[in-house]
Design a binder for this molecule. Structure first.
Ligand code: CO
Length: 140
């Protein structure tokens, strides 16, 4: 298997996303237990989620909860319960990283990069292509 000629495409862990039923309760848990506070909170209507980003060094814990019963996170909670949902890796160029996944024959959820929260550009890689973990490519 060859590696990308330009070098490693993943530059940092951007966030670890955790699906929760009660966003405020989860935020309070991280605050009271770890002294961690919310750096950013946003409803992402296109994804049917509300998120709270808790900064940990240069990365985030992304707490996500569904805002619609038919959102993918709502289905995830129904199927698997609360817990680890996806890992977001920072990339310099979301389009280049997504193309590398496609070139390697991996299944993708987003065929093209799209807007994410915080003004980022993102694309999701299918977990079946990535040993069971949903991967988000995040370009800041
Ligand atoms: Co994410």
């Amino acid at each position: 298997m060859s590696s990308p000629a330009a070098g490693p495409l993943l530059t940092e862990i951007d966030h670890v996303a955790i699906a929760v039923r009660d966003l405020d309760a989860a935020i309070e848990y991280y605050r009271s237990t770890f002294g961690a506070t919310v750096a950013h909170r946003e409803r992402v209507e296109s994804d049917g989620v509300e998120e709270a980003l808790i900064k940990v060094a240069d990365s985030y814990i992304q707490l996500i909860t569904p805002t619609a019963d038919d959102s993918t996170v709502a289905k995830f909670l129904e199927r698997k319960g609360e817990g680890l949902h996806h890992v977001g890796y920072r990339v310099d160029d979301c389009g280049v990283a997504l193309q590398a996944v496609k070139d390697a024959g991996g299944a993708v959820i987003d065929s093209e990069p799209r807007p994410g929260s915080r003004g980022t550009t993102v694309a999701f890689v299918h977990p079946k292509a990535a040993f069971g973990t949903l991967i988000e490519l995040v370009q800041e």
